[in-house]
Write a protein that binds this ligand. Structure first.
Ligand code: ADP
Ligand code: MG
Length: 678
C-alpha cells in the first residue's frame, strides 16, 4: 500500500536509498495526521479514562469512525500492552488481515512484529506481537490452550453486532473469565445501536458512544422487482458511471462467483465505451482473494477515473473504503441456514435485513452526500425485509461449538450464559451428532476420539475423518483430501474460451470414476509429484493459489497429527480404505438413488441431486456420500463419492441399522440410539 502522492515529488531523486527512507517517514507522518482526523480521535482521552475506570465497556460508533484501527493503538500508547497483548476480534478473515496491515503501517512497524494477525491456518504474529487482530473463531480456539487468556490484558470483541456464532460464544467465555481476572479489560464494540442489549448482558456495562459524521444519503428503489439482480447491478453500475458526477461505487454481491461474473461482464462492456467515458477500475474483494489484490480496494482512485468495488458483506461494516459515493444494494447475502429437525445445513442466498440495508446505504455518505440504489422496491423494503438478521447461533449446526465447549470442560450447555440461547433442538442435534461420531460417550462426556477431534480447527465431520484415517492407515491421503475440501470451490477454473480443454483436464483426475474426493486427492498428489509446479497447474486448469493454500493447510494438519499422535502413513492403492475413512466422518451425508435419477438422503429423507460439476454426475451410483449441500436451482450435493451401503452399518452402527441400507427399502425410520443415550 503506497500512496502515490507521497512518492511522487520527493526531492531525493538521485539517492534511491534516501528516497525510500524519507518517503516512508513522510508516509508515516501523513498517516499520523490522518489518524487525528478520525471521529474517534476527539474521544481518545475520555475513552482511555473509561477503560481505566471500568472493566467492561460497550463501545458504539458508526462504521469508519476508527474503532478497529485506533482503539488498540490507544491502548498500546497508554501502556496496556506492557501487561499483556491486546486482542481485537473480527468476524472475517479478510478484515483481520487488512486491518492489521493498516495498523502496522500507521505504527511504522513490520506486519507480524508488534502488530500481527491470526486467522485459521495462518498465524502472522511473533514473540514481539502486542496488538493481535484475529478472527473470533481463533480467539475461541485460544481458550483451549489458555483458558484464562493470561497472555492478554485487553480483549476487544469487535463487530459485536454481527453476532457470529463464535462471537456469541466468546461473550459467554470472556464474561466468565472477567469475574476471576479483575485486571482483564473487555471492550465490546459495535457499529449499530443495539448497545443496550450488550450492556444488559454484561451486567449493565457503561456504553461509550462515538458520534459519527454522516452525510445525507439519497435512497432510490426500483419501480418493479428485478428478475435478475446481477443484470440489474451491471446496468446500474454503467448508468452511474456514464451519467453521475465523480465518486466511487460500491456494489454488494453474495459471493466470489457472483463477483467474478460481474467483473468479467463489466470488463467486457466497458471496453466498447470509447475514450470519452472515464476509465472504470474494477476492484473485487472477497475472502479468498489473494492479499496483494485485497490492498487494491484502498488505493486512491486516480483523477479522472472511477473505482467500482465489488464486495461481499465484508464491506457492510468490517471494512471502510474511503471515497465511496454510490452504493448499489441488490438486497441479498449468502447465509448458512440449518434445519435442526433434519440436521441439514445449506448455504443460501437470502434477503438481507433492514438493519443491513441501512448499513449498506450508509457506506455512501461517509465523506460527502451519497446515493444508494436499492435493486428492490420500497414495498419490498417495508414489508419483506426482517428488522434484524437472526444471530448465527440460532440458525447453524452447533456440533463444532459443542465440541469446543466440551473440551473446555463446560458440560452444562443448557445453562451456558448465552445472550440469545440456541434452539434446544439444535443443541440436542449437535450432541447426537457428536455421539454418533464417537466424540462423546453415552453420558455426553468427551471421548479420546473427541479430544483428538477438538485439536483440529475443522468441522467435526472433517476432523473425525482425519482421526479415523489412523484406523485405515491412510492418514497421508485423508489429510490431503481434507485440505482440498477446506479450500472450497476454487480449485479448477474454466476460462470461457477454453471450456472443453478445461473440462478434459479435469476429467483426467476422475479416471476410473473414483469419485470427487479421490479426484481431489489425485490433483493434490499429481501436483506434489511435480514438486508443486506452477506450470503444471496452468496446464491442468488448476488455480495455483488455491493449491498453495491447500498445501499450507495440509502442513498444519500434519503438525496437528503429531499432537494427537497419529502416524502419517500412506495407503494410496486401497481406495476403499480411504473411502471408509471419509465415511467415518460423513456417514450422516449419505444418499440413495431413486428411480427418477434424483437421490434421497437416507436419514431425514430429502430429495437431492448430484451437482453437475461432479465426476459422478452422469454415472449416478446407487449409494453416495457427499461433502455438502448447496441450494441453487435445486438442492445439490457437492463433492460426491460412491459408497457400499454395508459400510454405513459397519462404521456407524449406532446411527444406521441394516434396514436403513436394505435396498429393498423399508420405509420405516429406525429409532436412533443417539437421543436415548443423552
Ligand atoms: P471502524 O472500526 O470504526 O469502522 P476503522 O478503524 O476500520 O473504523 O477505519 C478507520 C479508517 O481507517 C477508515 O477511514 C478506513 O478507510 C481506514 N482504513 C481501515 N483499514 C484500512 C486499510 N487496510 N487500508 C487503508 N485504510 C484503511
Ligand atoms: Mg471496525
Amino acid at each position: 500500500f503506497v500512496k502515490s502522492s507521497v512518492i511522487e515529488g520527493t526531492q531525493f531523486e538521485d539517492d534511491s536509498d534516501q528516497e525510500t527512507i524519507d518517503a516512508k517517514d513522510i508516509l508515516k507522518r501523513e498517516l499520523q495526521d490522518e489518524r487525528k482526523t478520525l471521529p474517534i480521535y476527539k474521544f481518545r482521552d475520555e475513552l482511555l479514562k473509561a477503560v481505566d475506570e471500568y472493566q467492561v465497556i460497550v463501545i458504539v460508533g458508526e462504521t469508519g469512525s476508527g474503532k478497529t484501527t485506533q482503539i488498540p493503538q490507544y491502548l498500546h500508547e497508554a501502556g496496556y500492552t506492557a501487561r499483556g497483548k491486546v486482542a481485537c476480534t473480527q468476524p472475517r478473515r479478510v478484515a483481520a488481515m487488512s486491518v492489521a496491515a493498516r495498523v502496522s503501517q500507521e505504527m511504522g512497524v513490520k506486519l507480524g512484529h508488534e502488530v500481527g494477525y491470526s486467522i485459521r491456518f495462518e498465524d502472522c504474529t511473533s514473540e514481539k506481537t502486542m496488538i493481535k487482530y484475529m478472527t473470533d473463531g481463533m480467539l475461541l480456539r485460544e481458550f483451549l490452550g489458555e483458558p484464562d487468556l493470561a497472555g492478554y490484558s485487553v480483549v476487544m470483541v469487535d463487530e459485536a453486532h454481527e453476532r457470529t456464532l463464535s462471537t456469541d460464544i466468546l461473550f459467554g467465555l470472556v464474561k466468565d473469565i472477567a469475574r476471576f481476572r479483575p485486571d482483564l479489560k473487555l471492550l465490546i464494540s459495535s457499529a449499530t445501536l443495539d448497545a443496550e442489549k450488550f450492556s444488559d448482558y454484561f451486567d449493565s456495562a457503561p456504553i461509550f458512544k462515538i458520534p459519527g459524521r454522516r452525510y445525507p444519503v439519497e435512497v432510490h428503489y426500483t419501480k418493479a422487482p428485478e428478475a435478475d439482480y446481477i443484470d440489474a447491478a451491471i446496468v446500474t453500475i454503467l448508468q452511474i458511471h456514464v451519467t453521475q458526477p465523480p465518486g466511487d461505487i460500491l456494489v454488494f454481491l453474495t459471493g466470489q462467483e457472483e463477483i467474478e461474473t460481474v467483473d468479467e461482464i463489466l470488463k467486457h462492456k466497458t471496453r466498447g465505451l470509447g475514450t470519452k467515458i472515464p476509465e472504470l477500475n474494477i476492484c473485487p474483494i472477497y475472502a479468498n482473494l489473494p492479499t496483494e489484490l485485497q490492498a487494491k480496494i484502498f488505493e486512491t482512485t486516480p483523477e479522472g477515473s472511477r473505482k467500482v468495488v465489488l464486495a461481499t458483506n465484508i464491506a457492510e461494516t468490517s471494512l471502510t473504503i474511503d471515497g465511496i459515493k454510490y452504493v448499489i444494494d441488490p438486497g441479498f447475502c449468502k447465509i448458512k441456514s440449518y434445519n435442526p429437525r433434519t440436521g441439514m445445513e445449506s448455504l443460501l442466498i437470502n434477503p438481507i435485513s433492514k438493519a443491513s440495508a441501512n448499513q449498506r446505504a450508509g457506506r455512501s455518505g461517509r465523506t460527502g452526500p451519497g446515493k444508494c440504489f436499492r435493486l428492490y422496491t420500497s414495498y419490498n423494503y417495508m414489508h419483506d425485509l426482517e428488522d434484524n438478521t437472526v444471530p448465527e447461533i440460532q440458525r447453524t449446526n452447533l456440533a463444532n461449538v459443542v465440541l469446543t465447549l466440551k473440551s473446555l470442560g463446560i458440560h452444562d450447555l443448557v445453562n451456558f450464559d448465552f445472550m440469545d440461547p440456541p434452539p434446544s433442538e439444535a443443541l440436542l442435534k449437535a450432541l447426537e451428532q457428536l455421539f454418533a461420531l464417537s466424540a462423546l460417550n453415552s453420558r455426553g462426556e468427551l471421548t479420546k476420539t473427541g479430544r483428538r477431534m477438538a485439536e483440529f480447527p475443522l468441522d467435526p465431520m472433517l476432523s473425525k475423518m482425519i482421526v479415523a484415517s489412523e484406523k485405515y492407515k491412510c492418514s497421508d491421503e485423508v489429510m490431503s483430501i481434507a485440505s482440498m475440501l477446506s479450500i472450497g470451490n476454487s480449485i479448477f477454473y474454466r476460462p470461457k474460451d477454453k471450456q472443453v480443454h478445461a473440462d478434459n483436464a479435469r476429467l483426467n483426475f476422475h479416471t476410473g470414476n473414483v469419485g470427487d474426493h479421490i479426484a481431489l486427492l489425485n490433483v493434490y498428489n499429481s501436483w506434489r509429484e511435480t514438486d508443486f509446479s506452477t506450470q503444471w497447474c496452468y496446464e491442468n486448469y488448476i488455480q495455483v493459489r488455491s493449491m498453495k493454500r491447500a498445501r499450507d493447510i495440509r502442513d498444519q494438519l500434519e503438525g496437528l497429527m503429531e499432537r494427537v499422535e497419529i502416524e502419517v502413513c500412506s495407503n494410496a492403492s486401497d481406495l476403499d480404505a480411504i473411502k471408509k475413512a471419509i465415511t467415518s466422518g460423513f456417514f450422516h451425508h449419505s444418499a440413495r438413488l431413486q428411480k427418477n435419477g434424483s437421490y434421497r438422503t437416507v436419514k431425514n429423507p430429502q430429495t437431492v441431486f448430484i451437482h453437475p460439476s461432479s465426476g459422478l454426475a452422469q454415472l449416478l451410483p446407487r449409494w453416495v456420500i457427499y461433502h455438502e449441500l448447496v441450494l441453487t436451482t435445486k438442492e445439490y450435493m457437492r463433492q460426491v463419492t460412491e459408497l457400499k451401503p454395508e459400510w454405513l452399518v459397519e462404521i456407524a452402527p449406532h446411527y444406521y441399522q441394516l434396514k436403513d441400507v436394505d435396498d429393498a427399502g423399508s420405509k420405516k425410520l429406525p429409532k436412533g440410539q443417539g437421543r436415548a443415550a443423552l
